[in-house]
Design a binder for this molecule. Structure first.
Ligand SMILES: Nc1ncnc2c1ncn2[C@@H]1O[C@H](COP(=O)(O)OP(=O)(O)OP(=O)(O)O)[C@@H](O)[C@H]1O
Ligand SMILES: [Mg+2]
Length: 509
């Protein structure tokens, strides 16, 4: 035993390097600990944790369902067609902090998600599951358990619930996670309040899962749908699919030479930093991410194709408006030891060695991390001068191919509350190429030229994307203003004359 005293310090402290143990006590946690776990979850991140488990279980179809009774939300279900669990696996799954052995590709890590996510939102967690060729089984935990005693659910009822659950009914195996007494569910009897809650929450879940799971969704290996069903009258709202929202999904880079891979040297390893520069002033969903793009600059850490945190520089750069186009994707699946992940898997703390590596990272062509940041800043400045004064436009509508619409939305700010302009074909009783119908927000194209324009391609609602894109750019402002002045009129006449002549010439060819 070594004792040392500091007498000069303000307070005296006796420091004994190795303290001796003389006895042992087992101190089981108070069950109240359950009310304290998962506190930094919100509904989105909690549901994401359940979806992670479904993905780990090999699910291809995942349904998130709000169950309503008499018009009021009562439970939330996450149903998957994954491999399900055996009786002993289910016991382990319900055990707090029980880690299984994980595959390199698994999203699970702590053995906590199911419980902490569930109890952060709900007071009762029920899991019903069926492995292939096995009977349905179930367990239930209450957050207010007195002694960690878990209910075993009647297997007949478990079978019944599993047999009728969409994704499981098809595959014959899968899992239902059910939350009751969800704390944030509205208690109001007013159907409008309930409707508003369900639609707002559905949108938030779609945005969150669409972003964090975008890479998995894009691969097409898993689909996630959200719906609400009232068990009283068996009615169900239209299911909404979670679409991928790619925070790197621009169609044209914002700077020449990007994206560029910079390499961070960390403990004799090379970590790839995929450095991207978004085009300035993009209106793309993947850029805005439901908020101000400025918030989402920085590092995007991926683990097994699951996005852990949406941006943030982690002290490798100072966040600034001018850096808003800079986003760096870092896949840490193979180097998970270089980060600390919070238990909710919604925040990442890179280890100091990784942070130093990032600051010193270089590309093969010698570009440094600070060069990259500078390039992102210049792209922002340039884009801002170039694009200022781009007018707000009437949104493109039916008849215009989705790819064209997306490109337009990425480049131009959209006027709110305006009916989208449709571009459609109809027979006009003259040889004009088009007709402007401002009241119906429709640009009609004379269908007598349709075969000529389409050549041997099939006619369809969204046909002739190139022609329609050009016409949208030319004529959109005619639909924008309230006034249709002499100048507009003259322009329309001019375009009509030239385009009709061109259409005739094509037809005669
Ligand atoms: N939907 C599911 N299908 C099949 N097995 C599941 C499902 N959900 C949970 N499990 C099983 O339960 C275990 C515990 O899940 P839990 O989310 O608590 O921890 P984890 O996923 O192992 O780690 P993490 O805390 O990082 O999420 C999982 O490891 C898995 O074996
Ligand atoms: Mg988990």
């Amino acid at each position: 035993m070594q004792a040392q005293r500091w007498s000069e310090a303000t307070y005296e402290v006796t420091w004994i390097t190795d303290l001796d143990a003389v006895d042992h006590r087992v101190l089981p946690p108070d069950p109240d600990v359950l009310t304290a776990i998962g506190l930094s979850h919100d509904l989105n991140s909690a549901i994401a944790d359940l979806v992670d488990n479904s993905v780990d279980a090999g699910a291809t179809s995942i349904l998130i369902r709000f169950v309503l009774v008499d018009g009021k939300p009562r439970s939330l279900l996450v149903v998957d067609d994954g491999r399900g669990m055996s009786d002993s696996q289910l016991d382990q799954a319900m055990t707090i902090g029980r880690r299984r052995s994980y595959e390199g590709s698994d999203l699970g890590h702590f053995g906590m998600g199911l419980k902490s996510a569930s109890f952060s939102q709900a007071d009762i967690l029920t899991v019903l599951t069926r492995a292939a060729e096995a009977p349905g089984i179930g367990r239930r935990w209450s957050r207010h358990t007195r002694d960690f005693i878990c209910d075993v659910i009647d297997s007949g009822q478990a079978e019944q619930a599993l047999a009728s659950a969409g994704p499981i009914a098809n595959s014959g195996h899968g899992t239902i996670v059910r939350w009751d007494d969800v704390r944030e569910f509205p208690t109001s009897d007013n159907p409008a309040v309930v409707d508003d809650y369900i639609s707002r929450t559905t949108q938030q879940i779609r945005a969150h899962l669409g972003t964090t799971l975008h890479a998995l969704l894009e691969q097409g290996k898993v689909t996630v749908t959200i719906d609400a069903a009232d068990v009283t009258d068996g009615s169900a709202g239209a299911p909404q699919t979670v679409e991928a929202i790619d925070p790197f999904g621009y169609r044209r880079s914002g700077a020449r030479g990007y994206p560029k891979t910079l390499w961070a040297e960390v403990d004799h390893r090379r970590i790839a930093l995929e450095c991207h520069i978004w085009p300035a002033r993009s209106e793309a969903l993947g850029f805005r991410l439901g908020g101000a793009a400025e918030q989402y600059q920085g590092l995007y850490f991926y683990r097994n194709r699951r996005l852990l945190e949406i941006g943030g520089w982690k002290s490798t750069a100072i966040p600034h408006r001018r850096l808003q186009l800079a986003r760096v994707a870092i896949d840490v699946s193979e180097n998970i030891d270089l980060i600390n992940m919070n238990m909710e898997k919604s925040a990442v703390q890179p280890k100091p060695s990784l942070l130093r590596g990032i600051e010193k990272a270089q590309a093969e062509d010698g570009t440094s991390f600070s060069d990259y940041l500078r390039d992102a800043e210049s792209a922002y400045k340039l884009g801002n001068t170039r694009n200022t004064g781009r007018p707000q436009v009437v949104p493109p509508g039916p008849g215009i191919a989705p790819e064209v619409k997306r490109a337009i939305l990425e480049e131009l700010p959209i006027l709110g509350g305006r009916e989208p302009v449709a571009i459609r074909w109809k027979r006009l009783d003259n040889t004009d190429f088009f007709e402007v119908d401002r009241r119906a927000a429709t640009l009609w194209l004379n269908s007598r030229y349709r075969a000529t324009v389409n050549g041997d391609r099939r006619s369809s609602l969204n046909d002739s994307p190139l022609l329609k894109a050009a016409l949208y750019l030319l004529l959109e402002d005619i639909f924008r203003g309230t006034a249709f002045g002499p100048r507009d009129k003259d322009n329309v006449e001019l375009w009509q004359a030239v385009l009709s002549a061109a259409a005739q010439a094509e037809a005669d060819h």
